[in-house]
Design a protein around this ligand. Structure first.
Ligand SMILES: Cc1ncc(COP(=O)(O)O)c(C=O)c1O
Length: 455
């Protein structure tokens, strides 16, 4: 985990930054309590040990991984200044860095003339996109699939917009027949297309949603918080490839640099195809925007204070690993996906497991096979615990039975939902660890199936 080179590079850059302020009169102040800094930092480290090893490939559970070293160091460096990207007065350099980094993200979707900025995360970014949607289609419904992120109904509630879910097909994507029927009612203002669902990484069929827009004239918001960067990957199956190829035609996009963009938490991004929506943010602040006539990011965002350090980290990461097809960053995404496919093939071929469907991105779901859905669900939880004792960390999810039905093969269907294991293989290194992950999973499952108590 620890690489001394990171700290050496940070120290060198910090000295360089310090030189930028060398003309100021010297300060002799020291931070209160500085004598006990080491002691308290050590106590902090002790507390932080109580975590799953997110940085390690054997952590293969939720969407969690540490940021790239350059993001960590650039964030830390910027913390000495602690810029606030709300206004140019608070974060001159980092506002410029944010604009450049966000333009690079928008560029992945083919947008050059757009409106966008960073924000706290996917939830805030979706809130902002739906806030704009609600102003453009007041009182009209927000439609999202049953597998859309759980915050969409909640956000709609906050915005007092009516919300309805659309059923999913057996691959976890929005069911197009159900959507088409639902649209006939004529009260839909916005359809949320999830480009990589949280549970299974399923990609909603965007080309079909776009075709329906031509007929019904609603807005499309792409929640690509998780999946957005896969627009750069070249190893997607046909349908996901076609969906990502047309993402630039939607009205707004949310993408989370703090998920697949190698950033620390607190870095979401919202983009609007029509920069004209900026007029909806218009507000007068008598005390913030006085340093220049240039655009202050606070004039086009819902939040006020935001960490300029997040922009510095993102900017630096994208300088090191540009957002290009076939580049190092894209290859990393492709490796995670290859890991998910390799593990899926092993699971599918082994009669001890039941799988739902092939992963569309890098998330897969599976369960140890029991005699009934309820027994399988109990076994899933047991394998989850047993695997953790072998240092393999997975996640648990509860998914509708229609995702599994094709593969149940005689399993008694006594529940509407199956509790399964879920694995997000989002680290490029996961690909090199598939064999080890498989061995540990087999060991844990064998122990559970043979009735061994895990210990
Ligand atoms: C598809 C999707 N949308 C939105 C979110 C919410 O993002 P955040 O946790 O950054 O608020 C998530 C989180 O996992 C997600 O997967």
């Amino acid at each position: 985990m620890l690489d001394q080179r990171e700290f050496a590079a940070l120290l060198e850059a910090a000295k360089l930054l310090d030189c930028g302020f060398a003309k100021l009169p010297k300060l002799n102040d020291k931070a209160p309590g500085i004598e006990r800094l080491g002691e308290v930092l050590n106590a902090t480290a002790e507390r932080l040990k109580d975590n799953y090893p997110y940085f390690h490939p054997l952590y293969a559970g939720q969407m969690l991984k540490p940021p790239h070293a350059v993001a960590r160091m650039a964030y830390a460096l910027a913390m000495w200044i602690n810029p606030n990207n709300h206004a140019l007065d608070g974060g001159r350099a980092t506002s410029a860095m944010e604009k450049e980094a966000v333009a690079e993200i928008a560029g992945m979707f083919g947008w050059t003339n757009f409106l966008g900025h960073l924000c706290g995360g996917g939830t805030t970014a979706n809130l902002e996109a739906l806030w704009v949607a609600g102003q453009l289609h007041p009182g009209k419904k927000i439609l999202a699939s049953e597998q859309a992120h759980y915050t969409h109904p909640r956000i709609s509630g906050v915005l007092q917009l009516p919300f309805e879910s659309v059923p999913t097909d057996e691959l976890g994507r929005m069911d197009m027949n159900a959507l088409a029927r639902r649209l006939e009612r004529g009260d839909a203002g916005t359809v949320v297309a999830t480009m990589g669902t949280t549970a299974t990484g399923s990609v909603d069929p965007l080309p079909e949603i776009l075709a329906l827009r031509t007929k019904h004239g609603f807005r499309i918001h792409a929640d690509a918080a998780y999946g957005g960067y896969f627009v750069l990957a070249e190893n997607l199956l046909d349908e996901a490839k076609k969906a990502f190829a047309r993402i630039g035609e939607v009205d707004s996009i949310v993408i989370d640099p703090h998920k697949h963009g190698l950033q620390p938490y607190g870095c979401g991004c919202v983009l609007f195809r029509d920069p004209g929506v900026g007029r909806l943010y218009k507000h007068d602040s008598p005390y913030t925007y006085f340093s220049s006539a240039e655009l202050h990011l606070g004039e086009i965002s819902l939040e006020c204070s935001r960490p300029g350090a997040a922009a510095a980290a993102l900017w630096a990461t994208q300088k090191l690993l540009p957002l290009r097809k076939r580049g190092e960053f894209a290859r990393g995404l492709e490796r995670g996906r290859k890991a998910a496919l390799a593990l899926f093939e092993k699971l599918k071929a082994n009669s001890r497991f039941v799988t739902a469907f092939a992963p569309e991105l890098d998330i897969l779901v599976f369960a140890p096979r029991g005699g009934s859905v309820s027994e399988t669900s109990v076994l899933s939880r047991k394998v989850f615990e047993a695997a953790a004792k072998h240092e393999l960390h997975l996640a648990v999810a509860e998914l509708p039975i229609h995702f599994w039905e094709k593969n149940l093969e005689g399993m008694k269907c006594d529940l509407e939902a199956l509790t399964c294991l879920r694995s997000v293989l989002m680290k490029p290194e996961h690909f090199d660890w598939v064999e080890r992950i498989w061995e540990l999973l087999l060991e844990a499952t064998a122990g559970v199936l043979s009735g061994e108590t895990c210990g």
